[in-house]
Ligand binder design. Structure first.
Ligand code: NAG
Ligand code: NAG
Ligand code: NAG
Length: 225
């Protein structure tokens, strides 16, 4: 934006006169969902999964501390550190795999497609079920276990597409990952937390916590030897 428009709607109206009103609404609503809802729920899911997996929480805390010790920075996260936090990346990948905040995508075939003996005619709406892919035991061993360590071995997977894929892949994937990492690092270096009441994620149809995941957090006490 060049600064003259004060919001996204004005930006579209001024710069994209060919967009229909519906496309503008899609863009605005999509942005609200993608930036506000998805990142927040990913963070909540990470806190929920880590809360049930103390070993992963411990390893993540150690990685954050280690990076801080190595660079001697007093708490600030540097870009180099961010790009070298392998376990943090694994926790985020696993949270996105297991959490399935985007269960499916809507796509349209632009030409006839042959798929496993079926022909999907041009113009058909196709909904890849991302959650089913992420929980497929032939793609992920013990898919119903939160296991960030699998990423240290696997590195990447063609069956992992929390941000979709192809030309319509989510534009905000990198910033979303970074926001999650920055939040987790600040939280985990400074606090412990526990559930205040039992709660669990449900798909309704998007992922939500019926009680909004009430937690109690405690500052980590600085250990002075
Ligand atoms: C980081 O440094 C602190 C203080 O010297 C030390 O207690 C801690 O064990 C170190 N942590 C790691 C993961 O290296
Ligand atoms: C996490 O997923 C990204 C995107 O596929 C991949 O590039 C990265 O290697 C994965 N991280 C780890 C630690 O496997
Ligand atoms: C974001 O999406 C737009 C429109 O689809 C595309 O032109 C642009 O290259 C994308 N940017 C990134 C960083 O992926």
């Amino acid at each position: 934006m060049d600064g003259k428009e004060s919001d996204l709607i004005q930006y579209h109206l001024k710069n994209n006169p060919s967009l229909s009103m519906q496309s503008i609404c899609d863009s605005v609503i999509g942005l609200i969902f993608a930036t506000l809802f998805n990142t927040q729920i990913s963070v909540a899911l990470a806190m929920y999964f880590l809360g049930q997996c103390p070993k992963a929480l411990q390893q993540l805390r150690e990685e954050f501390q280690q990076k801080m010790n190595d660079t001697g920075t007093t708490g600030k996260l540097t870009w180099d550190d961010y790009k070298n936090m392998e376990f943090c990346e694994s926790v985020i990948n696993e949270t996105l795999r297991f959490g399935n905040i985007v269960p499916g995508l809507w796509r349209k075939t632009l030409s006839d497609i042959d798929f496993k003996g079926y022909t999907i005619p041009q113009g058909t709406t196709v909904m890849p079920n991302i959650a089913a892919m992420h929980l497929d035991p032939s793609a992920f061993e013990n898919p119903n276990i939160f296991d960030p360590w699998r990423w240290l071995v696997m590195k990447k997977s063609n069956n992992w597409m929390p941000f979709g894929g192809g030309v319509r892949q989510c534009n905000g994937s990198e910033i979303a990952r970074m926001e999650i990492a920055v939040f987790l690092r600040h939280l985990i270096l400074n606090y412990n937390w526990e559930l205040d009441e039992p709660d669990h994620p449900i798909a309704f149809p998007l992922i939500t916590f019926p009680k909004d995941l009430p937690i109690r957090i405690h500052p980590l006490v600085e250990k002075t030897a």
